[in-house]
Design a protein around this ligand. Structure first.
Ligand code: P5A
Length: 447
């Protein structure tokens, strides 16, 4: 993409309404625009990152054996009356009535809708296990929407639902989700710690939230800091292997890690003092096992191997896809702007032309641009007729992890500059080598 042809409405001023750094940078970098309180338009660069995050979520869900689908945003109130949550959900639910006076709602979550789909089509234990998921907009009429996409009213969530014949099978589904979530967050450059939490309006006793540590987080958390040494890495996991998933869950849930809702001071005090930490965290996901709460209320049964009709065991599992943009920026930025992890960056590499209109500089930039595209990468070429300082400031603000800087002086010596946004370190090297290096970083090489 060439910057002169893109839509990147960068703001010079820091917007007064933004209280935390991720919100400020998302506005300044032209990623989002508020449409009304807690509701945002996703401008092209914000939309690109949102989609990158969503793609990682899809890849890891499919890897774990879960099946993508799509449910609507608007739901009938009748299903929620069956589960009893229509009245329980309270003011956070946006209630709408259609022209026929039928009660509808903008879904804050989808347990009822998926249970209805299940009971209409599945009747035997032979069709289990089954996990369906989608990534869809949700609406919660939060009393205090704030911090931009972090606590929106309309927000994008991956929500998945498992159906299993009994508790043991459903606990495996819970474990499988925890394992796949660990891998999902790591691919986004995040350390998200599973913490024992409270289940709130979803229900059940077994639940973990995934928290990214950050001073601006809304949750208070308590943990044994040795959990920070754990690393999922590139393990090959067999998601159908109950013992393997359970042992990974044990690895992550043995060190003390709880949110304030479930914090147990006496138990926490058994952690050696040097490792006892409390801080703030951003909740980027939550998994639940709630057994037969919805299936009993809504009559979702399956016939087991003894021929008995039993309510299906369920859990639900959510990732805050739109909130993750804010969480990643909170975890990865400096005073000049965002620093995107390679896994989610909107463009793989920036190209800065220090002297637009100079024949050699323009030609070298074009060649670099086309070579990067040929490798299957997406560069962002700043081809504006602007001062170098302004171009660097924009690149630093939007946070692409790598930048190739091209100027007539360097070209006379046959070199360009490759700079890491994270470390600020630069290296001079011939243009072809700079391209090859960027290719290597993203696992792409010329054939
Ligand atoms: C699990 C999936 C659920 O709703 N039902 C379906 C279960 N869980 S949850 O914890 O309530 O939400 C899942 C994740 O969504 C994000 N989230 C939000 N993001 C932005 N703005 C909000 N107002 C908001 N509310 C929830 C969180 O990341 C949460 O973990």
């Amino acid at each position: 993409m060439r910057l002169t042809r893109y839509f990147l409405p960068v703001l010079k001023e820091t917007p007064a309404e933004a209280q935390i750094v991720s919100h400020r940078y998302m506005l300044r970098a032209g990623m989002i625009k508020q449409a009304s309180a807690g509701i945002y338009s996703w401008l092209p660069m914000g939309f690109k990152v949102l989609k990158n995050i969503e793609n990682i979520v899809h890849e890891e869900q499919v890897r774990a054996g879960h099946i993508p689908m799509l449910m609507p945003t608007l739901q009938s109130a009748d299903l929620w009356r069956e589960s009893g949550r229509y009245d329980d959900y309270g003011e956070e639910m946006l209630r709408i009535s259609d022209r026929h006076g039928r009660d509808m709602l903008y879904g804050p979550t989808n347990e009822e809708l998926i249970t209805d789909i299940f009971r209409s089509h599945v009747g035997s234990y032979k069709d289990l296990p089954l996990t369906l998921y989608h990534v869809q907009w949700k609406f919660r009429d939060e009393i205090r929407p704030r911090f931009g996409v972090m606590r929106g009213r309309e927000f994008y969530m991956k929500d998945g639902y498992n159906f299993d014949v009994d508790r043991d099978a459903a606990i495996h589904a819970y474990n499988r989700h925890m394992v796949s979530y660990l891998r999902t967050y790591e691919r986004m450059g995040l350390q998200a710690i599973p913490m024992r939490a409270d289940s709130g309006p979803i229900g059940g006793d077994d639940t973990h939230e995934f928290l990214v540590l950050a001073d601006t987080g809304e949750s208070e958390v308590f943990y044994d800091d040795r959990i920070l040494d754990l690393n999922f890495g590139d393990r090959a996991v067999d998601y159908d292997n109950w013992d393997e998933c359970a042992s990974i869950v044990t690895e992550w849930t043995t060190p003390y890690a709880r949110t304030d809702e479930t914090h147990d001071e006496a138990l926490f005090n058994t952690v050696p003092e040097a490792h006892r930490k409390s801080s703030r965290g951003i909740e980027v996901g939550q998994i639940f096992y709630f057994g037969t709460k919805y299936s009993e209320a809504m009559g979702a049964t399956v016939q087991n191997d003894k021929g008995e009709n039993v309510p299906v065991h369920m859990g639900s599992h959510g990732i805050g896809v739109s909130r993750l943009l804010g969480a990643i920026i909170e975890a990865s930025h400096d005073d000049k702007g965002i620093i995107w992890p390679e896994g989610v960056t909107p463009f793989h590499c920036g190209i800065v032309n220090l002297r637009q209109g100079d024949e050699a500089a323009d030609g070298a930039c074009e060649a670099i641009y086309h070579s990067l595209v040929a490798l299957g990468l997406e560069p962002l070429y700043d081809d504006r007729d602007e001062r170098a300082g302004g171009k660097f400031a924009t690149m630093d603000l939007i946070g692409l992890p790598w930048r190739i800087t091209v100027g007539p002086r360097g070209l006379k010596n046959g070199v360009v500059e490759l700079t890491s946004r994270r470390t600020g370190e630069s290296e001079e090297l011939p243009p072809e080598l700079a391209v090859a290096r960027v290719g290597e970083i993203y696992g792409k090489s010329a054939v």
